[in-house]
Design a protein around this ligand. Sequence first.
Ligand SMILES: NC(=O)c1ccc[n+]([C@@H]2O[C@H](COP(=O)([O-])OP(=O)(O)OC[C@H]3O[C@@H](n4cnc5c(N)ncnc54)[C@H](OP(=O)(O)O)[C@@H]3O)[C@@H](O)[C@H]2O)c1
Length: 285
Amino acid sequence: MILVTGATGYTGRFLLPRLAGWGQPLRCLVRPTSDQGLLAPWPVEICTGDLEHPSSLNPALAGVRLVFHLAHIRYTPALLATAPAGLERVVLLSSQRRYSRVPSPSVAEVIAGEESALGSPLPWTLLRPTMIYGPGEDRNLSRLAAYLRRRRWIPVCGDGRALQQPLHVEDLVEALLAAARSPAALRRSYDLAGPEPLSYNALIDQVGAALGISARRIHLPLSLVLAGLWVARKAGLGPDLEPEQFLRLQEDKHCSIEAARAELGFAPRPLAAGLAQIYGGGAAP
Ligand SMILES: NC(=O)c1ccc[n+]([C@@H]2O[C@H](COP(=O)([O-])OP(=O)(O)OC[C@H]3O[C@@H](n4cnc5c(N)ncnc54)[C@H](OP(=O)(O)O)[C@@H]3O)[C@@H](O)[C@H]2O)c1
């Protein structure tokens, strides 16, 4: 039995069709509030539970040999505490956020989640993707593309030179499957990203080019953005934005993927190829 957590999320929707092709019994842990209709196309057993409530997890984990944990890494302690005897591999999806130097509870919880696995004798493999993009609503490049389509200009906080290395969701899925199968990946962690880093400015330009749009970037000093945010929040007008989000935008988010290349056969597609697949290298709508 294979268990997937977070199956109703973005990555889950790309992993499930591949797992369905394996022909092994497949189970998904979903919350009572999850949109179970998203799983309807696949032959999966649905098990209701909530990673916030470890006592609800036993039915989902019973008899499981392989787990793909796509829900947040902070839930790892609850998951591992319920691991059944006979578990052969648990593939954990963490995040490059663990490397952020911006102090924040969201960074601390990724690190704590990882630590609980790294110190465990269970058969884990841990993957740390950077920004995930792909077809449909990836909530990263899809938002950037929608914005550029609407306005053809975009405000950029800071100089836009911080490096990004977006990862196509189908390449992430290949890494998940390889991590589950590879003996060499036992108790190993891997950074995952696209093949080449590029600046946020270049990312905007590439997405614009894929849409057939020459987008104008309007750079705003970080100090001005933070001051504006502070004033807006004081006035109770603040949108749901945190200063840490803007501080993280100034951080380089590139990493070496050589370990994943060597041990998982990871071969992510270039960004231009991924964008052409999604937007058809298309002309402006
Ligand atoms: N997206 C990115 O750019 C990115 C980058 C780096 C790392 N990651 C990590 O990669 C993983 C997958 O990302 P994603 O964007 O595909 O995820 P996502 O779309 O945000 O989906 C999250 C999934 O986790 C489930 N979930 C949330 N809380 C849960 C709980 N308490 N109990 C059980 N299930 C719960 C959600 O179920 P519902 O359907 O009920 O909401 C959903 O299926 C996540 O761990 C994320 O932190 C993502």
